[in-house]
Ligand binder design. Structure first.
Ligand code: AMP
Ligand code: ZN
Ligand code: FE
Ligand code: FE
Length: 271
């Protein structure tokens, strides 16, 4: 039995719709998934409805990925099992999406000034959550870079000339928001922080419920390290592929990177 609790859709920066994700998850024989769009729950709601209407045998839990900031570090937090209709959660995420819409316009103006002539068409933060991959794709389409990864490496990544940080919550704000909506908060892809002390500090000082042990950014020895830390601190362990569907960014196909259902059962079946 396999599961994947970290998947993006077209409601944030993934390229597949929630229905396509469900179809691919069934084809890959996944037993449980979560859709974790940046600052948006509309994708997971649509997937849940689709599964229910078709009586598909696929467990899906509510999910979201919230970006937070600690000094210069981008700390991503995954939420699961919260109430998608929670007023405060809906309001805060709607505001984050509007701020992302403005930021995207600013990034486009910035890269235009640098000589990259791209248009992004009409973007509406009420409908979805826009991130840098959206700009990256336009840059690739216009022939400036060969793929999204290259656009990040040379222009859009932190510290690069076209970078503008995303409007963010603090970890405490994000965790409190998830808890108030009845959910749990998991520290996402700790290996991407490249800073063991920071991970340890976050997990001991903030009210995290768990840690994403399995993620494409973690090699086997890192997985062991996160697993050990989780045991030591009594935290839930989770995992997912962070699938977006962009070429050049691992994994390319849903189902290429999965986690044993039983390894993350306590998150999937959390109640
Ligand atoms: P944003 O939310 O606008 O800050 O963009 C973050 C998203 O960009 C992440 O969720 C990834 O999907 C994507 N991303 C971040 N770094 C890279 C990279 N080096 N190459 C490709 N995609 C990236
Ligand atoms: Zn993303
Ligand atoms: Fe992330
Ligand atoms: Fe993600």
């Amino acid at each position: 039995m396999k599961a994947d609790l970290h998947i993006h859709t077209t409601f944030s920066d993934g390229i597949f719709t929630p229905k396509e994700i469900v179809t691919m998850a069934l084809a890959s024989k996944l037993q449980a998934i979560s859709i974790t769009d940046h600052d948006a729950v509309e994708g997971v709601l649509e997937a849940q409805k689709y599964i229910k209407n078709n009586n598909y045998e696929l467990k899906i839990i509510t999910g979201i990925e919230l970006g937070t900031q600690v000094a210069e570090h981008a700390v991503h937090i995954l939420g699961y099992h919260f109430d998608c209709q929670n007023d405060k959660l809906r309001l805060v995420t709607a505001n984050l999406r509007l701020a992302r819409e403005k930021r995207l316009t600013d990034i486009v103006a910035k890269v235009k000034n640098l000589g990259y002539n791209i248009g992004v068409g009409k973007i509406d933060g009420r409908e979805k959550s826009f991130g840098r991959p959206y700009v990256a794709k336009q840059l690739v389409k216009a022939g400036y870079f060969k793929n999204v990864q290259e656009a990040f490496n040379e222009l859009l990544g932190a510290g690069k000339p076209g970078y503008i940080p995303q409007p963010k919550l603090s970890p405490k704000e994000a965790i409190d928001l998830l808890h108030a909506a009845g959910g749990i908060a998991i520290l996402a892809h700790p290996s991407e922080l490249n800073n063991y002390n920071l991970v340890q500090q976050l997990l001991t000082e903030c009210q995290f419920d768990g840690i994403e042990v399995w993620h494409p950014s973690a090699d086997q020895s890192s997985e062991q390290r996160w697993l050990h830390l989780a045991t030591e601190l009594g935290l839930l362990v989770s995992g997912g592929s962070d699938f977006h569907g962009h070429s050049g960014r691992f994994p390319e196909k849903l189902g290429d990177y999965t986690i044993g259902y039983n390894q993350i059962k306590n998150v999937i079946e959390y109640s």
